[in-house]
Design a protein around this ligand. Structure first.
Ligand SMILES: [Zn+2]
Length: 143
């Protein structure tokens, strides 16, 4: 699915009224990124250089978001993926804040802010630029 088609499918933002629950469940850093759309400092996240196999889940609700085999080294300082693992689990929103036109990526299940997607990934793919604190790696079973 192209980025444009993907965006057309998801127009509405998930509102989450029970803010207190998130404050309790998430660390301060996670809250700042997931609920207040903050951005972790580049090269500080725990998954920037991770090459382990597994599924990256939403740190807030556990939804399956990205697979390790789409992760690539973008050199930007944030974990980067070419595609979501499950397209339905990720929502895209136009973001014109900070005087830049960007596309925000959120978790479709809980509405948590994950990062942004840019159309400049490898081989014509997209680049999902995701904050480490928004993710929790679920390691693949050792065989
Ligand atoms: Zn979530």
């Amino acid at each position: 699915m192209s980025l444009k088609d993907h965006m057309n499918r998801f127009q509405s933002r998930t509102d989450n009224p029970d803010d207190a629950r998130w404050r309790e469940q998430l660390s301060d850093e996670q809250y700042k990124v997931l609920r207040e759309k903050g951005t972790e400092r580049p090269f500080t996240g725990k998954y920037v250089h991770t090459k382990d196999d597994g599924i990256y889940r939403c740190a807030a609700c556990g939804a399956e978001l990205f697979a390790s085999d789409t992760k690539f080294d973008s050199g930007t300082g944030w974990p980067s993926f070419t595609d979501p693992a499950v397209a339905e689990n990720v929502q895209l929103h136009e973001d014109n804040s900070l005087f830049m036109r960007r596309t925000e990526v959120t978790c479709a299940r809980c509405g948590g802010h994950l990062g942004h997607v840019f159309p400049d990934g490898p081989d014509g793919c997209d680049r999902y630029c995701i904050n480490s604190v928004s993710l929790e790696l679920d390691p693949a079973e050792k065989r």
